[in-house]
Design a protein around this ligand. Structure first.
Ligand SMILES: NC(=O)C1=CN([C@@H]2O[C@H](COP(=O)(O)OP(=O)(O)OC[C@H]3O[C@@H](n4cnc5c(N)ncnc54)[C@H](OP(=O)(O)O)[C@@H]3O)[C@@H](O)[C@H]2O)C=CC1
Ligand SMILES: CC(=O)C(=O)O
Ligand SMILES: [Mg+2]
Length: 761
């Protein structure tokens, strides 16, 4: 069995303060409601509201199924909890469960484009809860129950399933069971075990645990080989303390009484209980090549580091995203509901659950194609002990699980709107995925695997200090804080920031032993550009950008981030004095615009004021290469106010000429132009130019000049509700990023991570 790689988790990946700030910043919470129809004119109002709204009302009254055509019902799931079993934190009440429920709603949207709203019901009374939910059916296409303690959850779910004609799915039961079963099938496969003889212990006998062992028995495990444990120890036949009918159904005929006794010689342990409940001795006593799924959240029953200290032959999984093998229901619920909603399933039955299990298990065994490898930080995973299950960001999940679930719903007769062409459905699902939004995740994951030393040039600023801490806490590498010691210390103290932690280093330009080397380096570059040696000395001693850029140029840091205190062009020219463009490259700025369902790269948003045709062609090449690096196949539109010669104009001529230059260079990506933005971005308008060489709408927009690039990206941000990241600098010989003036700590960390990413492996 190959040795496993486990992360060093001596420090939390996020601090309490970061998590609180994340939830509090901007509009509190994690989601908002946005209209999908224009609401600008009197006519819009007449259609959306009175009198127009009466028509769909009458249509639905006549034929209720048309609610799926005229309202949000068909794509809307309610995430409902009473907060009695919030993760592994216990019964903290309905209100405290809201952040988790909002989180689940957001994950529905992020991963499967399912709209969702959280509802927290403030009662522990089963009848009241059921009565509250049962009348909500008309509003939703499905109900996702979450974090409701056992055994109440079993009663609630089964009663609601009986009464309601839409899928009711307790995620902690079935979502968890589906993912655990998929991981287990693959782990058994890797360790050459037979279902019938494998001995399994499940610690925890609540919602998740009961559902897991029911599903595991359904796929072929021998019930006699499964021992369930809870706070009272082994659930054995005849036990009376702490029992209920659901535990009794799985009680074993055994004289083992404690978890430790049950674990002795076990092949598999499933932890669905609470933090730290599995001891090192228990793990030591397991059979060779044990399978350990410690799934309690947020802290597992035993950590991968603890297991690694005892034995190197285990397959280890947790519920967390910061270790390999994340067995978490996030891999299931968004996609299972996607498939169920798309066929208007009346329920989510066992056939659909097993179809999801098999789709997930099989996906981990498939060869990972190039575009998917990008989601794994370029490290193409291969089926094995560290990769028994895909990661939540695997872009194939959206087109594999819903298809399997939808097909099983149709085959088992619960689909009210069958899909005729599943291939076409899979293609449509692929279109729903949101590649640029996962780009940052990919960048972060890759840097975590190859941590880098990043110099934060403006470390006297409070938001830069916070960004540095976040950089370190996220295990991205070492943060080098450049600034005057006394100023940094005073600012940190005033802001209540503790910088004394591993991973943070301090450099004071005035006392650094490397000053001389930097002066020599910079003087050699600038002596024929009007600089005296003493000018260069002053730059190195007093200017943070020059000092930091020299650190990177001479290899004392891997990458640099700056920009929050100076305007962009000043920071850029400081850096250009110290670092050149990569040979054969041009330094440009590219902004990533993450819009609703549409993402584009826009260039050049930083450097060239009025680029020549030759420069526009270079910009197209640099931007296309960045797009590829981020995992997209570039389709570059060379933008102008005119389209393919109409209206004629001198300014568009420059863009047309750039296209001809790209023709001559025989570049290996799709490009065309000149064209206006609506032709580049609207498929119906693009169709009017059948000769256009782009195979789809553009994902890279090369702007004719800096002003149009800058104005349009800022308008996207301010008016279009898009998130704009950047400009990212590309083409420099060393990785440097400039954040915008006044950037928030989270923006600065993004820039630092991008700079670190560009520092390579
Ligand atoms: N990775 C994933 O995707 C998921 C993980 N989970 C995790 O599973 C755990 C349980 O969740 P859920 O089933 O919803 O909660 P429940 O409240 O329904 O069940 C909790 C179960 O854990 C048992 N338990 C609690 N503490 C201990 C202990 N110290 N030793 C042994 N057993 C203990 C309880 O025992 P008793 O019956 O005696 O009270 C109970 O059977 C949580 O940590 C949760 O985060 C849940 C869903 C998904
Ligand atoms: C993941 C999840 O749903 C839980 O831990 O409760
Ligand atoms: Mg849960």
């Amino acid at each position: 069995m190959p040795k496993k790689e486990n992360r060093n988790r001596n420090m939390p990946t996020v601090t309490r303060q970061e998590a609180l700030d994340f939830h509090a910043q901007g509009r509190p919470g994690k989601l908002e409601i946005t209209p999908t129809k224009p609401m600008a004119t009197q006519r819009d109002l007449s259609l959306a509201y009175s009198p127009g709204v009466a028509e769909p009302v009458k249509a639905i009254a006549e034929d209720p199924s048309t609610a799926y055509d005229y309202t949000t019902r068909g794509n809307m799931v309610a995430v409902i909890s009473n907060g009695t079993a919030i993760l592994g934190l216990g019964n903290l009440g309905a209100l405290a469960s809201k952040p988790v429920m909002e989180g689940k709603s957001v994950l529905f949207k992020r991963f499967a484009d399912v709209d969702s709203i959280d509802l927290e019901i403030d009662t522990e009374n089963v009848d009241e809860f059921v009565n509250c939910v049962r009348f909500l059916g008309p509003s939703f296409g499905g109900i996702n129950l979450e974090d409701i303690k056992a055994p109440d959850c079993f009663v609630i779910e089964s009663r609601l399933r009986e009464i309601m004609d839409i899928p009711v799915f307790h995620d902690d039961q079935h979502g968890t069971a589906i993912i655990a079963a998929a991981g287990l099938i693959n782990a058994l496969d890797l360790t050459g075990r037979d279902y019938k003889t494998t001995k399994l212990v499940c610690n925890g006998a609540g919602a998740a645990a009961i559902a897991c062992i029911e599903l595991i028995k359904a796929i072929g495990f021998n019930p006699e080989n499964i021992i369930l444990c809870d706070t009272k120890g082994v659930v054995f036949q005849g036990r009376t303390e702490g029992m209920n009918q659901w535990k009794s159904a799985h009680a074993v005929n055994s004289d083992k009484r404690t978890l430790a006794e049950a674990m002795d010689g076990a092949d598999v342990v499933l932890g669905l209980s609470a933090k730290g409940t599995l001891s090192e001795d228990m793990i030591r006593s397991m059979a060779p090549n044990p399978i350990i799924f410690a799934m309690a959240n947020p802290d597992p029953e035993i950590t991968p580091e603890e297991v690694a200290r005892i034995r190197d032959d285990a397959i280890m999984a947790t519920g967390r995203s910061d270790y390999p093998n994340q067995v978490n229901n996030v891999l299931g619920f968004p996609y299972i509901f996607r498939g169920a909603l798309d066929v208007r399933a009346s329920t989510i039955n066992d056939e659909m659950k097993i179809a999801a299990v098999m789709a997930l298990a099989n996906l981990a065994k498939e060869d990972v194609p190039d575009d998917v490898a990008a989601a794994y930080q370029g490290n193409r995973p291969r089926f094995g002990p560290n990769y028994i299950i895909p990661v939540p960001f695997d872009p194939r999940l959206i087109s594999s699980i819903p298809v399997a679930v939808a097909k099983a719903a149709m085959d088992s007769g619960v689909a009210r709107k069958p899909i005729a062409d599943l291939e076409a459905y899979a293609r449509e699902l692929r279109g729903r995925r949101d590649p640029i939004a996962s780009t940052l995740q990919r960048i972060y994951d890759r840097v975590r695997r190859h941590p880098k030393r990043v110099v934060f040039a403006e470390a006297e600023e409070e938001q830069v200090m916070r960004a540095a801490i976040s950089y370190v806490n996220q295990q991205l590498g070492t943060a080098i804080l450049l600034g005057r010691d006394d100023v940094i210390a005073a600012t940190a103290e005033k802001a209540g920031i503790d910088l004394n932690r591993p991973g943070i280093e301090f450099i004071n330009a005035r006392t650094s032993k490397r000053r001389e080397a930097y002066v020599d380096y910079l003087y050699a570059r600038l002596q024929r550009k009007g600089f005296l040696q003493r000018d260069v000395q002053r730059l190195i001693n007093t200017d943070r950008n020059h000092f930091a850029a020299c650190m990177v140029a001479l290899g004392d840091a891997d990458a640099m981030v700056t920009g929050t205190t100076r305007n962009y062009s000043t920071a850029l020219s400081d850096i250009r004095r110290c670092i050149d463009a990569k040979p054969g490259h041009r330094v440009i700025g590219v902004s990533l615009a993450l819009c609703r369902g549409r993402n584009v790269l826009v260039a050049d948003t930083a450097v060239h004021d009025m680029p020549s045709s030759e420069e526009l062609a270079d910009i197209a090449e640099e931007a296309a290469s960045l797009a590829r690096k981020l995992g997209y196949e570039p389709r570059v539109a060379m933008l102008a106010y005119s389209t393919f010669g109409h209206p004629e104009g001198e300014r568009s001529e420059r863009v047309r000429e750039a296209v001809k230059i790209l023709d001559k260079r025989r570049v290996d990506f799709e490009y065309d132009g000149e064209m206006s933005a609506e032709v580049a971005l609207n498929p119906r308008i693009m169709e009017q130019y059948p000769f256009c060489r782009l195979s789809g709408t553009a994902n890279v927009l090369v702007m004719p000049a800096f002003h149009s690039a800058s104005i349009s990206t800022k308008m996207l941000q301010e008016l279009g509700g898009c998130t704009v990241i950047g400009p990212l600098l590309v083409g420099f010989d060393k990785p440097v990023q400039i954040a915008s003036m006044g950037a928030k700590d989270s923006d600065i960390v993004n820039m630092a991570a991008i700079a670190a990413y560009n520092a390579g492996t």
